[in-house]
Structure formats: C-alpha cells, structure tokens
Design a protein around this ligand. Structure first.
Ligand SMILES: Cc1cc2nc3c(=O)[nH]c(=O)nc-3n(C[C@H](O)[C@H](O)[C@H](O)COP(=O)(O)O)c2cc1C
Length: 145
C-alpha cells in the first residue's frame, strides 16, 4: 500500500508543487488531463491537490471525484488535500466542504490535517510563491501523513 498524489492539470502552481514532491519522494503522481482510469485500490493514502478558484476546487478534480466508485477504493484508504491559493478569506474551507460533499458518495471524507501554500501571481503580489520553504513544508507534510 502506498501514497498517490492527484494533480488536476499539468501546469501552474499546484503542478509545480506536485512535480517537486514526486521528484523528492517515492510517490505516484497522477495528472487528471486524460480519461485514463487510475487503479485506486493499491493506495491507502490518496492526496488530492488543487488551486482555489472562487472558493472552489479545480474542475478536473471535481469531475474525477464524481467518477470514482466505492468498490475502487480500499476500506482503510484515507484522503488528504493540499491547496495553493492567495490566502483569501475562508475560500480554503469552502473547497474542503465541496470535496467532502463529493467524497460522501464513496463513504469517505478528508482527514482534518491539510496544508496550503501561496500560489504565484503574474502581478506583483505573491510573485515568488510557492517558495522553497513552502515546497519543503508540503513535502514534510506528505512524508508524515
Ligand atoms: C479565477 C481565479 C479565482 C481564484 N480564486 C481564489 C480564491 O477564491 N481564493 C484564493 O485564495 N485564491 C484564489 N485564486 C488564486 C489561486 O488559487 C492560486 O493562484 C492558485 O495557486 C492557482 O493554482 P494553479 O496555478 O495550480 O491553477 C484564484 C485564481 C484565479 C485565476
């Protein structure tokens, strides 16, 4: 049994964090840019990742969560999430709510333990995010779950 990291798309801040993690840690990375079916039963920790868009998760992640089935997931599998965002209000909590509502269908919910890091914007704010420190923090978090 091992860890699976799910990334909604193959570019952007969230992808940059996921690529860093998959380089440093022995973890399977799946990018949701095709309809390829993922065998979930061999993973006991599934780590979702997403940017935050108006308080919602990425649409590829929503679509994928709608497609998974209870029989595909081992009984003891735990779901986690990390997000990249601008730190706006409670938009992270809104994403968690949405994900949990989707996981209900497979009798799962996110573990309480989640992590966020700031995403880079093309404008001046957050220009240098995610920083090396943020990348390391997410990596350590993943190592310890
Ligand atoms: C259309 C749009 C909506 C966004 N909404 C939020 C938001 O509600 N809260 C927040 O903190 N950041 C928000 N952001 C910032 C993104 O969550 C942040 O840039 C994130 O790192 C994007 O991830 P990505 O590069 O993997 O797509 C928004 C960005 C965009 C482009």
């Amino acid at each position: 049994m091992s860890k699976l990291l799910i990334c909604p798309k193959s570019n952007g801040n969230t992808f940059n964090v996921c690529s860093y993690i998959s380089e440093k840690e022995n973890i399977d990375l799946k990018i949701l840019n095709s309809n390829e079916k993922i065998i979930l039963s061999k993973y006991n920790k599934i780590i979702l990742s997403t940017g935050v868009y108006g308080g919602r998760p990425h649409s590829n992640l929503v679509k994928w969560l709608k497609s998974i089935e209870k029989e595909d997931i081992a009984e003891n599998t735990e779901f986690f999430i990390f997000m990249t965002w601008f730190g706006r209000g409670k938009s992270d909590k809104n994403v968690i709510k949405k994900i949990n509502s989707l996981l209900k269908k497979v009798d799962k919910k996110l573990e309480d333990n989640y992590i966020t890091c700031l995403g880079k914007n093309m404008l001046i704010i957050r220009y240098k995010h995610p920083t090396k420190l943020e990348l390391k923090e997410v990596l350590n978090w993943i190592k310890n779950i």
